[in-house]
Design a protein around this ligand. Structure first.
Ligand SMILES: CC(C)(COP(=O)(O)OP(=O)(O)OC[C@H]1O[C@@H](n2cnc3c(N)ncnc32)[C@H](O)[C@@H]1OP(=O)(O)O)[C@@H](O)C(=O)NCCC(=O)NCCS
Length: 169
């Protein structure tokens, strides 16, 4: 339960967030994908996203949004021009919250911040990809008005996982 006195901020990510974001990444990805992405692949993904990766991303001008609670990062989102050949120009690449801050309305807050940022960049329409097995994410996008338009498969070693594209016009 979020206390009314809890200070919440959504702001642009900075290189000084790198260490905290590596930790947010580890916690949120372990929680979201344990039992879905094979363990060794998940650990490799997490290792690659250490502080140096985040420092480089923030310095390189990545569109990185940070959700802060009580002065510390507890979530992040990345967004930009859509990577796929879809009619939607904008994409949220990743949106993740640490487990203890999920289900409190903060994902909604970050999602709206992403949409606002895409509007500022004049990118029309939105696509977000989610693993079909990640029902927390697919339910979240469905309830925000996103509709599944296509799917593909991503391979993690011998495991093939379905990915669904949700779009908003
Ligand atoms: C998916 C994710 C970003 C959603 O964020 P979230 O903070 O959990 O979602 P929200 O709390 O904003 O929204 C969930 C529900 O809580 C409700 N809610 C709002 N304020 C609330 C409050 N104070 N207390 C409880 N629930 C509240 C919202 O209305 C919403 O309900 P609805 O979807 O039926 O409209 C988050 O769960 C997450 O990081 N999951 C793991 C990572 C992941 O899967 N990322 C996406 C990869 S594609």
């Amino acid at each position: 339960m979020l206390q009314s006195s809890t200070s919440i901020a959504v702001r642009k990510g900075r290189p000084t967030d790198a260490k905290a974001l590596a930790d947010v990444f580890r916690q949120s990805w372990q929680h979201a994908y344990a039992g879905i992405i094979p363990h060794l692949h998940l650990e490799t993904l997490i290792r690659k996203r250490g502080p140096e990766w985040w420092r480089t991303a923030a310095r390189g001008g990545a569109d990185l949004i940070v959700l802060e609670a009580e002065g510390a990062p507890v979530g992040y989102a990345t967004l930009g021009s859509s990577r796929a050949q879809t009619s939607q120009q904008g994409e949220i690449f990743e949106i993740y919250l640490v487990p203890s801050y999920q289900g409190l309305g903060l994902g909604e807050l970050m999602f709206e911040a992403c949409r606002h940022r895409l509007d500022q960049r004049k990118l029309k329409g939105l696509v977000v990809w989610a693993l079909a097995a990640n029902t927390t994410a697919t339910d979240f996008y469905w309830r925000r008005g996103g509709r599944p338009v296509s799917s593909t498969f991503e391979r993690f070693g011998k495991t093939r996982l379905e990915k669904i594209a949700f779009t908003w016009d």
